[in-house]
Design a protein around this ligand. Structure first.
Ligand SMILES: C[S@@+](CC[C@H](N)C(=O)[O-])C[C@H]1O[C@@H](n2cnc3c(N)ncnc32)[C@H](O)[C@@H]1O
Length: 210
């Protein structure tokens, strides 16, 4: 039988897209811990969260700092609506604005102190990632921090399946190697880059806008 990459693509997309989006919940406790470490507990602070999903990390950040204001960006309209409803339930709607937009089209005069980009980089093809990171840097104040988490390739079957899904799905790209993320952050004009493995195959990157 001939190998049909389009058929495999369609099957992976149909069978696993939702599953992989949900799978980012498995690292929720780890990211909550990251949020607690990166958000100062007091003082004015503006956070931009890209690909905010349900808004759960925005809630944690707001719980941590009563003066924090947040803009959350979310590509899918229904998910953005869900996040917006959640902000009302959590009574943080006065401090949080959720926008239904693609980060690639997002423009803002407002500058942020911290930008979070959790579990999202493989939603962009490899060739777009340097430009994307540079675009993200454009919303940060000098000295502002970009905080990025991502799965990276590993010799483990669930990670390999995730990598196959991301590689075969239109508009997405393979899981990045940690060194490659660091190189792209440098290319994009960041410095003070730190990379930490939080659990096997799951990495945290911190980078400062130069
Ligand atoms: C794997 S989920 C991660 C959600 C959340 N950051 C987390 O870690 O739980 C990726 C989210 O980013 C959103 N997303 C994907 N591409 C995007 C883009 N270009 N601009 C804004 N949001 C995007 C998706 O709709 C989805 O809700």
């Amino acid at each position: 039988m001939d190998f049909d990459p389009e058929g495999l693509k369609a099957w992976l997309d149909h069978s696993y897209g939702e599953l992989f989006a949900r799978s980012s919940r498995t690292v929720e406790p780890i990211i909550i811990d990251v949020v607690d470490k990166i958000i100062p507990s007091n003082g004015t602070c503006h956070l931009l969260e890209v690909g905010c999903g349900s808004g759960i990390y925005i809630k944690r950040a707001c719980d941590r700092n009563p003066n924090l204001t947040v803009t959350g960006l979310e590509l899918q309209e229904k998910v953005a609506d869900f996040a917006r409803k959640n902000t009302t339930i959590w009574q943080i709607q006065d401090r949080v604005k959720i926008e239904n937009t693609d980060i690639r089209r997002y423009r803002s005069d407002k500058q942020f102190d911290i930008e979070t980009f959790f579990n999202l980089i493989y939603y962009f093809p490899k060739y777009e990632r340097s430009d994307l990171l540079r675009h993200l840097g454009g919303f940060l104040n000098t000295g502002g921090q970009l905080i990025l988490t991502t799965l990276c390739p590993a010799n483990e079957s669930s990670i390999q399946l995730m990598n196959l899904w991301a590689s075969m799905t239109d508009g997405c790209g393979p899981l990045p190697h940690p060194d490659n993320v660091c190189d792209k952050l440098i290319d994009a004009g960041f410095d003070e880059i730190k990379c930490e493995q939080l659990i096997p195959a799951f990495y945290l990157f911190k980078a400062q806008k130069a």
